[in-house]
Design a protein around this ligand. Structure first.
Ligand SMILES: Cc1ncc(COP(=O)(O)O)c(C=O)c1O
Length: 416
């Protein structure tokens, strides 16, 4: 018997409530849930919760309204949505059979390219998500050292080893010590406390600002001293701050590095790369996934690497992100009633406020005027943020800030 779809529901354009009915929270990606997008204002009318098409830095909602996007899919898209070159490469990979019972030669080619690009890379293992890559790196470190404790600074994904969420066994949480970003003294204290059981120090080398060379060097020295593995999580920073990541900028090399996000312009691909002597420990444990090296992600990464070979992509991201921060930051500075500031490095900056509701109100006002700002995370500059997009945002800003001004409101909107 065929399924009868409920006609009224499938005809409804209320994607927010339809999503909440069938997907807990409304989205399978936590940061894309309506609550995460708009905070206390998530039920407001007129804010988009779903999209139908994305191209460059523009997103079209199912009702046809278009938005300039500043979040770029949580930084996973560094070139632009539906970039022609990436799309061509992915389509060709799909047409050629994106999986088989053998690994594809692209796995070898892209691994060779990453060994060229990432300063500390001698060998590579591919996975699909960032969380898988960080988990693999930690597993490799534990295998290499026969120790269990992890000192960590940053966000590494949702999996158990690094999570303090409800549902994670307390015993798992005992094996990790979280330390603050860029604080040498706290790092040294944690290392002294756990030296004999220390498997790895894993750090994100950029949180609000690029880590100091002193902190990265202290982590490198501590790992050398204790025999622990030093891991840089460059999932947000490689192919962005520099093509080779923060390690290229500061010249402090980790043993292992995790990659993801902008590596494949939004296609699901991540990697753990590092020194061959440590990467070889993969053979002493078990790290594997059926779809790890499916070729659409690899083809996307190869196309992204092609972009980086021809164009100074990090420079373009910094230029575009800097322009976005300047235009939006200046508008916010001249509208103090909004109560929100813009700051951070140009290629990935944040909106901050003492009052969370102010940020929620700004994000809602921006969306109503055709601009998608990311609440509680970074705004990412991408190659696709051209001057026309920045101009569109600049033109929307007076309406956005004025709509938040106590008193009479402007109502015109850029949305067509
Ligand atoms: C630094 C860092 N590591 C790991 C992750 C987890 O990646 P994913 O969400 O692809 O699992 C993220 C995601 O935001 C991240 O920013």
């Amino acid at each position: 018997m065929r399924f009868q779809l409920p006609v009224t529901k499938s005809d409804s354009d209320d994607w927010r409530s339809r999503a909440i009915d069938v997907i807990p929270g409304g989205s399978s990606t936590g940061s894309k849930r309506p609550d995460a997008l708009y905070g206390t204002r998530s039920a407001d009318a007129g804010v988009p919760t779903h999209y139908e098409r994305a191209e460059g830095c523009t997103i079209w909602a199912p009702d046809g309204r278009r938005f300039v996007d500043c979040g770029m899919a949580l930084g996973s898209v560094g070139i632009g949505y539906a970039d022609a070159e990436v799309t061509r490469a992915v389509s060709a990979a799909a047409a050629a059979g994106s999986v088989s019972s053998l690994p594809h030669k692209l796995e070898v080619q892209v691994a060779e390219q990453l060994v060229e690009i990432i300063p500390s890379a001698e060998q590579v293992r591919f996975l699909r998500t960032g969380a898988e890559a960080t988990t693999a790196a930690v597993r490799i470190a534990r295998t290499a050292t026969s120790r269990s404790h992890i000192i960590a600074s940053g966000y590494f994904g949702w999996l158990d080893w690094c999570s303090h969420a409800v549902g994670v066994p307390a015993t798992t949480q005992h094996d990790i010590t979280n330390i603050p970003f860029d604080d040498v003294a706290e790092l040294e204290t944690a290392v002294t406390q756990h030296a004999h059981q220390l498997a790895a120090i894993i750090i994100e080398p950029l949180v609000h600002h690029v880590a100091s060379k002193a902190w990265l060097t202290a982590a490198r020295d501590a790992a050398n001293r204790t025999g622990a593995v030093l891991i840089f999580d460059e999932i947000k920073t490689a192919f962005r701050v520099r093509t080779g990541g923060v390690q290229e900028l500061h010249d402090v090399l980790p043993d292992l590095t995790t990659l993801g996000k902008a590596l494949a312009n939004g296609y699901p691909l991540s990697a753990v790369v590092g020194r061959a002597s440590i990467m070889q420990c993969v053979n002493d444990t078990w790290i594997s996934s059926t779809a790890a090296a499916e070729t659409t992600g690899l083809a996307a990464a190869k196309a992204v690497i092609g972009w980086h070979q021809r164009v100074d992509v990090p420079e373009r991201m910094a230029f575009a992100g800097g322009k976005l921060m300047e235009v939006i930051g200046n508008a916010l500075a001249s509208a103090p009633w909004v109560g929100v500031q813009a700051d951070g490095p140009p290629m990935m900056w944040r909106l901050t406020s003492e009052i969370p509701e102010s940020l929620d109100a700004l994000v809602v006002a921006a969306a109503r005027n055709g601009v998608l700002l990311k609440r509680g995370a970074y705004q990412f500059g991408a190659v696709a943020h051209d001057l026309a997009a920045i101009d569109r945002i600049a033109k929307a800003l007076p309406n956005i800030t004025n709509s938040l001004r106590p008193g009479p409101r402007l109502t015109s909107s850029l949305n067509g």
